[in-house]
Design a protein around this ligand. Structure first.
Ligand code: PLP
Length: 404
């Protein structure tokens, strides 16, 4: 890697692009840029200076270095502190320039100092739990509902953690000296229940609050501004946005990011560079996708709410592209009758997906716990995509069956 590329990589990883921008973008120094602008430029500031337009995909697993003393010192520094190593990359599990671009961009969108990317959302959550447990803080306080597998990971204690489930009002009382994390989702998967993150962050005191922001995305909500110290994404969903990449990311301050990088290095749940490229590309259209899909979702939520075949509709006050609804009839019948809408788990893609949480996404949660969290057996969860609203409605109308 030549000096210019090394310098550019350092700048990208620094999360500011400052070294690259200096002297070139003097006009951008003072004025914060809007989210839509950051979505297409963050993590890419050095490209024009390198004569590039699209970000390069760096697939190297390793990087040559004739200075093994210097490399040893940089490895020591990473092991001690977890800061991204200065200078050229060393090995793919330590960091990758393409993935670093995505991390820089996502941190900018969430308004945090740093972001650390992982192979999946669950790998990201696992790293957070391991960092806290390694500090002797094995107790987690969490509010249901959470994504089914997050609930399962905490309930089963697979990583040696212990969970206390509570409602938001009970958080302060649930805290113990060994509490390392408070975890919430808002809007929550799959009920779309919304929480007052600012009030919850206050109730957490000095314990870090992790907010899973997968459903809202930074377009609709930036939990760090409300006091969450860790913002988790299943980047598999809206950030990627096209149903073709699995990834997770944690946006947080640099101190927490260092611990997460050390765990990622030691446990190996890294994001593939091609996935990093696809996510950066996905971020560019995130604001447009989320706003367009949200407008369609709001319209469909209104029509469902007025429909006698539908018992209850949940749509967040915040907006968004997720709609949950309970039917009077058999939800499995609705799933079997959709033709344009895809009956599939997951969400956040350009096409509309529908699934039955009690059977699929939240199957792994104990049935009583699931129902207690408001996930009724009649609930359907729909992720609205970018199709025409009338086409979607006519498919849903047919799938809901005969009018009562
Ligand atoms: C899908 C999802 C996850 C898990 O992410 P993966 O990328 O599937 O590992 C976590 N939280 C929420 C809210 C999700 O929807």
């Amino acid at each position: 890697m030549d000096a210019a590329r090394t310098q550019a990589y350092d700048a990208v990883r620094a999360g500011r692009g400052a070294a690259v921008r200096a002297g070139r973008d003097a006009d951008l120094r003072l004025r914060p840029r809007a989210l839509a602008t950051e979505a297409v430029h963050a993590g890419r500031e050095d490209l024009a200076g390198q004569g590039l337009h699209a970000p390069p995909i760096d697939l190297s697993t390793t990087y040559p270095s004739y200075d093994s003393r210097g490399e040893a010192a940089r490895i020591d520094a990473f092991a001690a502190e977890g800061a991204d190593p200065e200078g050229p990359p060393i090995y793919g599990r330590l960091g990758n320039p393409t993935v670093a671009r995505f991390e820089t961009a996502l941190a900018r969108l969430e308004g945090t100092e740093a972001a650390v990317a992982f192979a999946t959302g669950m790998a990201a959550l696992s790293a957070v739990l391991l960092v806290r447990a390694a500090a002797g803080l094995r107790h987690v306080v969490a509010v249901r509902p959470l994504y089914g597998c997050s609930d399962h990971l905490l309930t089963a204690g697979l990583l040696g953690t212990e969970v206390t489930w509570t409602d938001p009002a009970g958080i302060t009382d649930a805290l113990r000296p060994d509490t390392g994390l408070v975890m919430v989702e808002s809007p929550a998967n799959p009920t779309l229940a919304e929480l007052d993150l600012r009030a919850i962050a206050h109730a957490c005191g000095s314990v870090p609050l992790l907010a899973d922001n997968t459903f809202a995305t930074p377009v609709l909500q930036r939990p760090a501004e409300q006091g969450a110290r860790l913002v988790l994404h299943s980047a598999t969903k809206y950030l990627g946005g096209h149903g073709d990449v699995m990834a997770g990311v944690v946006a947080c301050d640099e101190e927490l990011a260092r611990g997460l990088r050390q765990v990622r290095f030691a446990t190996g749940g890294v994001l593939h560079p091609l996935a990093g490229y696809l996510l950066l590309r996905g971020l560019a259209t995130l604001p447009v996708r989320v706003r367009a899909a949200s407008a369609t979702a709001a319209e469909l939520a209104g029509r469902l709410a007025a429909d006698p075949r539908v018992a209850r509709v949940r749509y967040p006050r915040l907006g968004g592209a997720m709609v949950a609804f309970e039917v009077h009839g058999d939800p499995h019948e609705v799933i079997s009758r959709v033709r344009l809408v895809t009956p599939a788990v997951s969400l956040g893609s350009v096409d509309t997906l529908i699934q039955h949480p009690a059977s699929i996404s939240h199957r792994i949660v104990d049935a009583d716990d699931r129902r207690g969290a408001g996930v009724s057996d009649r609930l359907l969860r729909m992720s609205v995509g970018l199709e025409d609203v009338e086409d979607l409605w006519s498919d849903l109308d047919a799938a809901l069956g005969r009018r009562r």
